[in-house]
Structure formats: structure tokens, C-alpha cells
Design a protein around this ligand. Structure first.
Ligand code: ADP
Length: 608
């Protein structure tokens, strides 16, 4: 069902260029601050390197106390100025960086909201979304931390070049010794530390499972079940198990880190000992002045720091670049549906469309049989179609295919004879107003939930008209804040919780507000009481007007007001006709209707 083309992966330079272009677009001060910090970093190290040798040399030259004081004064002033600038830039760096990261987070959010529907059920895509989001989760993630890494890496590289020129004056072997031993220390340490990286999947799985248990236990929706079924101790035992496994994992990881630190200390001792020994020998032989000796001595320890810094920076940048690649690949993921690249399709006012499923089969990814098999169906303009059948028969799948939420595995869905795959799918969705079984209430005001937009853009009189038609207006009028009442308590403390039936009416009002040419109602009365249900049936025609409508129900009595009834069974259309025709035919529909009405009558008699 889904196109899976191999995606491009990006290298470090491409990802740095990507971040620079984002900063150029969203906040240029980020780039200026990076350059400023590099200047300060290199400046500080050079001033620190040269201050003592310069003073010593001045003393050796026998300069006057005033000149010496002036020299020390200049160095001090330079250091204070560079440090002050660095603190200022450090303090201010975060604002722009957050802005660039937030821009990326918004793009990820938008990409997820706009991606093809099948992606939202695809575990692989969901995993990639999670990884992309993690990349912009906080200051220490790649989406922001990359600026610090670039700053450090460039500072280290420039300082390395300067120190290399200096040490080359002593002899190429000093520079070579420092480079080789620093690199050896870094790579050996990294190899040991990489244990955790090699076991990252194991770590991620443990964290994921523990987080899941923790989150599910605190999920308000589960609170009732946890208490009624007494599953608290079971969940706690499971959570405890994963916490213990995580502890064992981290003890192992830290043991590896400790070995890496010990090795690093040993190689540093070797490197510094050898280089300092050689410098001391040269000084004793009179080959170096005191000032030069101090300069090179300081340069040797600094040089190792730059080499290690470069490798560490490259490794960090490599990791961050991988994370940025994940983010970019997520944002550029190939879509199974057409959107902007599809044919535009405007909704024609007051026009009645013909919808058709032509020999459609559909299989869910990973399933071993088709949910729908070779279904052909034409919905005439303005027709009121009822779809009935047992749970799992394939009714919802059929509706989702009609609405363009899935593409058929075989066959075609057509709008006025044209395959919907060629259209901009978002344009196609504009033709449908639907009430699905899973409610999607957002923590906003009641009016916002009906109009599906923010308060400023809500057409209030239309909201009230739709609430009225959906039978929800009286309830809303009784609320102190009326249509401005917040829904749900997850975000707003003053929010209210609606009953299942009230939410269903609200969803109906939302569908009416959209005023689309095709109305789709998937079990819209499942949460309503019998009186409310019968009230809705009576109003059905006025609710849908002359629009084409598809109505799913497992209550066969509710199909009388429809022009045609489809009985779906085992992924196919078993019977079709009007309610009366199907009863007269005496087939499966008549049989099921008989059982249902008997049950209701008996139920009613028992109630009496
Ligand atoms: P109905 O609406 O008639 O109750 P559905 O269309 O929801 O039936 O389901 C038809 C079949 O497809 C069932 O066997 C169901 O288990 C399966 N199915 C539904 N949704 C999914 C899904 N997202 N992934 C895999 N199988 C699914």
C-alpha cells in the first residue's frame, strides 16, 4: 500500500549547511554568535598562551617597569574584553538557537498533521516521527546542540592550526608525538565508550517499556480499569522489573566509561611526560630561552586539548548529523498520496457528486486476509446509503476507503468517474464531513471544537445553528460559559467532561458545521440513549438535507430512512436494497432484523 522509496541520507557538511540555511531563514544572529564565540575561544587561548612568555621575554630584554606594567595591562585588558564578550554571547546564544529549534519542531508537527493517513497507523513511520521529535526535544538534542558543537569544533580546528605552526618550530617530531598520542587516547577511549552506543537499541527498548508503563499507569483513561480490575500491583511489578533492568544496564555502561577514563589518564601521562622531558632537555642544553620554553611547554598541553577536542567534536557532530538526517528524512518522507502535486479539486457548491468503488479490495499492512474483497458500489448523487453488518465485517474500512483515508490494494475509488488518486487529497477531503467512532475532542472551547478553528475565526451563529440541529444546544446554554466552555481537564482546570452521548452530538454538530457535500456517519448513535437515538433518526433527513450521506449502523431498524441498505459481511456486500426489499427477500438481512427486533421486543417486555 505504501510507497517505500529509498531515501537519501545526508553527510555532516550537508547537515551543517541545512542548519545554517535554517538559521539564515529564522534567526541570523545565531550565525553571528557562532562566529563571535569562535573568535573569543581562539582569542582567549592565544592570550593565555602568550601572556607569560611575552612577560618573560620583556624581562629578559630588560624593559622598564612602566613598559612591563603596560604590557601586562594590555594582556589583562584583552583577556577581560574577550571574556566579557564571550559571556555576553554565551548568555544570548540560547534565544536564537531556541527559535531555530522551535521552527524545526513546528515543521515536524505540521508534517505529521499533513502526512498521508496510512502513515499515522504505520509503526515504522511512528517510530521515525518519535525519533525526529526527539531531535528537537531540548537544548541538548541535535536540533540545538549542533551550534555548540560547530563552535567548539571550529575553535579547536583554528587553535590546532596555530599551535601546529608553533610546535613545528621546535621540531616536527614534537607535533607528531602529540598528535599520535592524543589521537590514540581519544580513539581507544571512544572504542570502550562505544559499548553504550552499540547497545543503544537495548537501552531505547528498556526506556521505552518503562516509560510506557509509567505513562499508562498515570493515564486518566485507565484509572478506572486499574482500580476495578486491581491491576495496580501487576503494573508496579512490571515497572519495577524494567527499572531494575535499566539499573543493571547503566552500571555496565558506567563501568565501560570508567575504563575509558583510566586509559585516557595513562596515555596523557605518557604524552605529557615525553614531550615535557624533551623540552626540559632542550632547555638544559641551552637550545631554548626561558620565554620559548614556557611558550612551548604551555603549547604542548594545549595542543593535546585541541586534538582531542577536534576528534570529540567530529564524533559529536557525526552523531548529531545522523540525528539531523533522521529529522530531514522524516520531513521529506515520500507520501503514498498526492497533495500539492495532485490535480486541484474545488468543492462545487450545491453540486451532488457520484462516488464509486470499482472492484475494490483492501488488506491492512501485515494482515493475512483482505478486510474488503472485490467490492463494487456506486453511490448516486444525493443518495442516503446505510451500511450495516456485524462487527469486523468491513464497514469502517469501506468508509475509510470512500473518504480517501486509505487507497485500495486493488481496484479504484472514483469521484464522478475520476480516480481519486490523481487529486490533491486534501482537496478531496474537503468534500466530506464525518463522524467517526473514535471521538477527537481537543482541549479547546466548545465552539472551537465545532468549528475546528481558533476562536477568532469561529462563525458563532453557525455554531449555534449546528448545535441546535445536533440536539446539543440546550446543554450548551446551561453551561456558565456557554460556547466558550473549555472541554477536558487535561489542559484547562475549568474544563468540563462531556458524556459519550454529548460528545457524539458535538461531533455531529462539527460535521454539520463543515457543510460538505458528502456526510459520513459511523455509528453516530452508539453512545446515545434510545430516546436520543430515535430523535436523531427522525431528524436524519433534515440533518443531511439533500446531501449524499453514508450511514453505518449495526441497528438494522435505523436504516428505514435510507434510500438503500448494504449488508456487509466477510469483507463483501452480501445483500443490497431498501429495508422493505431486503425484508421481503427473506435473506440474511431479514434474519438479522428478525433476531434484533425479537431481542428489542423481549427486552421491552422485560422492562415492562
Ligand atoms: P467494522 O467497521 O464492520 O466493525 P472494520 O472495517 O473496522 O469492521 O474491520 C474489518 C476488518 O479489518 C476486521 O477484521 C478488523 O480486525 C480489521 N482491521 C480494522 N482496522 C484495522 C487496522 N488498522 N489494522 C489491521 N486490521 C484492521
Amino acid at each position: 500500500m505504501m510507497k517505500r522509496s529509498k531515501q537519501k541520507t545526508y553527510n555532516i557538511l550537508q547537515n551543517c549547511a541545512f542548519m545554517i540555511s535554517r538559521a539564515w531563514r529564522d534567526c541570523r544572529s545565531v550565525l553571528a554568535i557562532v562566529l563571535g564565540l569562535i573568535f573569543c575561544g581562539v582569542g582567549t587561548s592565544l592570550l593565555e598562551l602568550f601572556v607569560v612568555p611575552a612577560v618573560l621575554e620583556a624581562v629578559e630584554r630588560g624593559v622598564s617597569p612602566m613598559e612591563l606594567a603596560a604590557l601586562i595591562g594590555w594582556f589583562t585588558l584583552g583577556m577581560v574584553a574577550v571574556r566579557a564578550l564571550r559571556s555576553y554571547l554565551d548568555e544570548n546564544a540560547i534565544f536564537g538557537r531556541i527559535r531555530v529549534r522551535s521552527g524545526l519542531a513546528l515543521d515536524i508537527h505540521l508534517a505529521f498533521c499533513r502526512t498521508s493517513y496510512p502513515h499515522t497507523e504505520d509503526p515504522d513511520y511512528l517510530k521515525r516521527t518519535e525519533k525526529a521529535q526527539k531531535c528537537v526535544d531540548g537544548n541538548s538534542e541535535a536540533g540545538e546542540a549542533v551550534w555548540e558543537t560547530m563552535t567548539e569544533l571550529l575553535t579547536n580546528l583554528i587553535s590546532f592550526m596555530i599551535y601546529l605552526l608553533l610546535l613545528a618550530q621546535v621540531g616536527p617530531w614534537v607535533a607528531a608525538l602529540c598528535i599520535i598520542l592524543s589521537a590514540a587516547s581519544y580513539f581507544a577511549g571512544e572504542h570502550i565508550r562505544a559499548w553504550r552506543y552499540r547497545h543503544r537499541e537495548e537501552e531505547a527498548e528498556l526506556v521505552h517499556k518503562a516509560d510506557y508503563l509509567c505513562y499508562r499507569t498515570q493515564d486518566m483513561k485507565l484509572a478506572k480499569d486499574i482500580r476495578i480490575f486491581g491491576i495496580g500491583p501487576w503494573l508496579t511489578e512490571l515497572y519495577g522489573k524494567y527499572v531494575r533492568l535499566m539499573q543493571d544496564f547503566y552500571v555496565k555502561a558506567y563501568r565501560h566509561d570508567l575504563w575509558a577514563d583510566l586509559l585516557d589518564a595513562a596515555l596523557t601521562l605518557l604524552r605529557s611526560g615525553a614531550a615535557y622531558g624533551l623540552l626540559i632537555a632542550m632547555a638544559l642544553r641551552g637550545e631554548l630561552t626561558a620565554a620559548r620554553f614556557v611558550l612551548y611547554f604551555t603549547a604542548v598541553s594545549g595542543f593535546a586539548q585541541w586534538v582531542t577536542g577536534i576528534f570529540a567534536g567530529l564524533s559529536k557532530l557525526h552523531q548529531q548529523s545522523l540525528d539531523l538526517s533522521i529529522l530531514r528524512e522524516f520531513m521529506e518522507a515520500p507520501e503514498p498520496f498526492r497533495f500539492e502535486d495532485g490535480k486541484p479539486l474545488a468543492v462545487k457548491p450545491d453540486y451532488l457528486y457520484t462516488l464509486e468503488l470499482r472492484d475494490v479490495s483492501f488488506r491492512y499492512p501485515g494482515a493475512d486476509h483482505d478486510a474488503l474483497s472485490h467490492v463494487s458500489l456506486t453511490i448516486r448523487p444525493g443518495e442516503k446509503l446505510a451500511v450495516v453488518g456485524k462487527n469486523g465485517a468491513g464497514k469502517t474500512t469501506l468508509i475509510k476507503l470512500l473518504c480517501g483515508l486509505y487507497d485500495p490494494t486493488e481496484g479504484q475509488v472514483l469521484l464522478d468517474g475520476e480516480d481519486i488518486r490523481q487529486f490533491d487529497r486534501r482537496d478531496y477531503y474537503k468534500h466530506f464531513a464525518a463522524v467517526f467512532q473514535q471521538f477527537s475532542i481537543l482541549a479547546g472551547t466548545l465552539a472551537e471544537n465545532v468549528a475546528q478553528t481558533n476562536q477568532e475565526n469561529v462563525d458563532l451563529s453557525r455554531v449555534w445553528d449546528c448545535l441546535e440541529r445536533a440536539g446539543m444546544a440546550d446543554k450548551v446554554r446551561d453551561l456558565p460559559q456557554k460556547e466558550n466552555t473549555h472541554l477536558g481537564r487535561e489542559v484547562y482546570l475549568d474544563g468540563i467532561d462531556l458524556s459519550g452521548g454529548q460528545i457524539q452530538r458535538l461531533m455531529l454538530a462539527r460535521a454539520l458545521y463543515k457543510d460538505a457535500p458528502v456526510v459520513v456517519l459511523d455509528e453516530p448513535t452508539a453512545a446515545l440513549d434510545p430516546i436520543a437515538e430515535s430523535d436523531l433518526y427522525q431528524k436524519y433527513s433534515s440533518l443531511t438535507g439533500n446531501r449524499t450521506s453514508v450511514y453505518i449502523s449495526h441497528r438494522l431498524a435505523s436504516t428505514r430512512f435510507c434510500d438503500r441498505v448494504l449488508l456487509v459481511e466477510n469483507g463483501g456486500i452480501a445483500e443490497e436494497g431498501t429495508h422493505e426489499e431486503l425484508l421481503q427477500a427473506g435473506g440474511r438481512y431479514a434474519y438479522l432484523f428478525d433476531i434484533q427486533s425479537k431481542y428489542y421486543k423481549e427486552g421491552a417486555m422485560e422492562d415492562e
